[in-house]
Design a protein around this ligand. Structure first.
Ligand SMILES: Cc1cc2nc3c(=O)[nH]c(=O)nc-3n(C[C@H](O)[C@H](O)[C@H](O)COP(=O)(O)OP(=O)(O)OC[C@H]3O[C@@H](n4cnc5c(N)ncnc54)[C@H](O)[C@@H]3O)c2cc1C
Length: 422
């Protein structure tokens, strides 16, 4: 990898494109190292996937998405419009090329290799939240435990096996069978026969958390510019002192020593011409919140239905589905119906028809399950993204490690496997 910035000295100024969890965490950590930051977003803070997600800080579940079970549920994804993974059966060569690569990683050995690459960053993920919390990011993180429920005991085998693999790779993820789940979680219906608690993980309200992070960046002197849709990023001409010029619709060009592209599922638009060949496909997920009779205190996961629930603003947020469509396509109400149909009989004591905050967001999914973090082919231009299902829990650690690389020129070991030029 080349020198850490164009001018050969540590950068003094940076433009970050994308005000999601990843971009803002990177901005915060660059400030921590004395860099002046400007964050640009085409819409505003948390306008992308960082808003309506489940807010799970679960390094113990931050594993590669493509795994051998794809061969069982994959075909259903194309044929059954209510399946948790939905692939519209239309002719989209980019999508099919992504799927071919994604399927190419659905082997035990590819999964283990990717898990080994993720484990070092998983292990520092929660400490990175503590660091933000100790230095002015006022939003809280909540302890679990997480509740993991199954309709039939035999459905739990696959999940337990996955968690054991995560432990084998180097994390501790305590699972315990609950004898009387309904005393702890009155929202579970009698149909949920087999329930575990999962310890060592946390959760947040993601939108408010990312807004608190944005506020901290501004309080430390950073600038956040909304409605700045970036169209091009170039190395500056020799005549200026700055390293990189960023063009955004309706704004004068922004100049800085370095630029970080953190545009989530939109990353390929700007990064492909910079040598980042890893495909990033929008894996769109949906969520909404409902009121519960008794307060919902713990996150609830139904692995067999692929639905994740989180206490949110006094309600329960229910999130799920993975839909491979383009990030800017409209919300498909059928996907919300599919989530509802899949959990209706597993819950009791909540009004699933009083829904608020219906939302769709795009997980930035890579074929190999690894993010892209580091310098592009153009010195001074960096990318941070492609975390798929896990950009919230891994966002702060990503920002910290990338800021270290940008300022020192050394690539920290934890992000070495995520070289964007792989
Ligand atoms: C239903 C669902 C549940 C999820 N649950 C979890 C979870 O529990 N835990 C977890 O860790 N992760 C979860 N995720 C994944 C997580 O939401 C994402 O990985 C993460 O938010 C990605 O953050 P990001 O900052 O990379 O991208 P984003 O948050 O999408 O931010 C990208 C930003 O870039 C901006 N942008 C795009 N193009 C441009 C441009 N040209 N110029 C300027 N700005 C631009 C966008 O407006 C956007 O604000 C979930 C996702 C979904 C959909």
């Amino acid at each position: 990898m080349g020198s850490h910035n164009v001018t050969g000295r540590p950068p003094r100024t940076a433009v970050i494109v994308g005000a999601g969890m990843v971009g803002l965490a990177t901005a915060w950590h660059l400030q921590e190292r004395g860099v002046d930051v400007t964050v640009l977003d085409r819409t505003g803070v948390a306008a992308g996937s960082s808003w309506g997600n489940a807010g799970w800080l679960t390094p113990g579940m931050a594993m590669p998405l493509s795994d051998p079970s794809l061969w069982t549920y994959g075909p259903k994804a194309i044929l059954d419009p209510t399946a948790p993974l939905h692939i519209p059966a239309r002719l989209d060569p980019t999508l099919w090329s992504f799927l071919a690569r994604f399927a190419g990683h659905a082997t035990h050995s590819a999964w283990r290799k990717a898990m080994a690459a993720l484990t070092p960053i998983d292990r520092v993920a929660l400490a990175a939240f503590d660091e933000l919390g100790a230095h002015g990011v006022t939003a809280t993180t909540n302890e679990g435990p997480f509740i993991v429920g199954f309709e039939r005991e035999k459905e739990s085998a696959g999940f337990i096996h996955e968690i054991h693999e995560v432990e084998r790779a180097g994390q501790e993820v305590p699972l315990e069978r609950l004898a009387n789940p309904r005393t702890m979680v009155p929202q579970l219906s009698e149909k949920v026969s087999t329930v575990f608690t999962m310890g060592g993980q946390r959760f947040i309200e993601p939108g408010p958390y990312v807004e608190a992070l944005a506020k901290a960046v501004e309080e430390r002197g950073g600038t956040i510019v909304s409605k700045a849709s970036v169209t091009a990023v170039n190395k500056a001409t020799q005549s200026t002192d700055a390293g990189v010029t960023v063009h955004a619709d309706g704004h004068d060009p922004f100049e800085a020593d370095v630029v970080v592209l953190a545009t989530g599922a939109w990353l390929p638009k700007l990064a492909k011409s910079l040598g980042v060949r890893t495909m990033i496909q929008a894996g769109r997920g949906y969520s909404f919140s409902v009121p519960t009779d008794e307060p919902a205190r713990y996150p609830i996961y139904f692995p067999a239905r692929r639905v994740a629930c989180t206490p949110y603003q006094g309600r329960l947020r229910i999130a799920g589905t993975m839909e491979f469509r383009r990030p800017d396509e409209a919300l498909q109400p059928r996907r919300i119906d599919a989530i509802l149909a899949s959990v209706r009989d597993l819950f009791t004591g909540m009004d699933l028809d009083d829904r608020q905050d219906e939302w769709v967001g795009s997980r930035p999914v890579t074929p190999d399950g690894l993010p892209v973090i580091g310098e592009t082919r153009t010195p001074g231009i960096y990318v941070a993204g492609g975390h798929g299902m896990w950009g919230i829990v891994l966002g702060p650690a990503t920002g910290k490690l990338l800021a270290e690389q940008i300022v020192t020129g050394r690539v920290p070991d934890e992000i070495r496997p995520f070289n964007p030029l792989r």
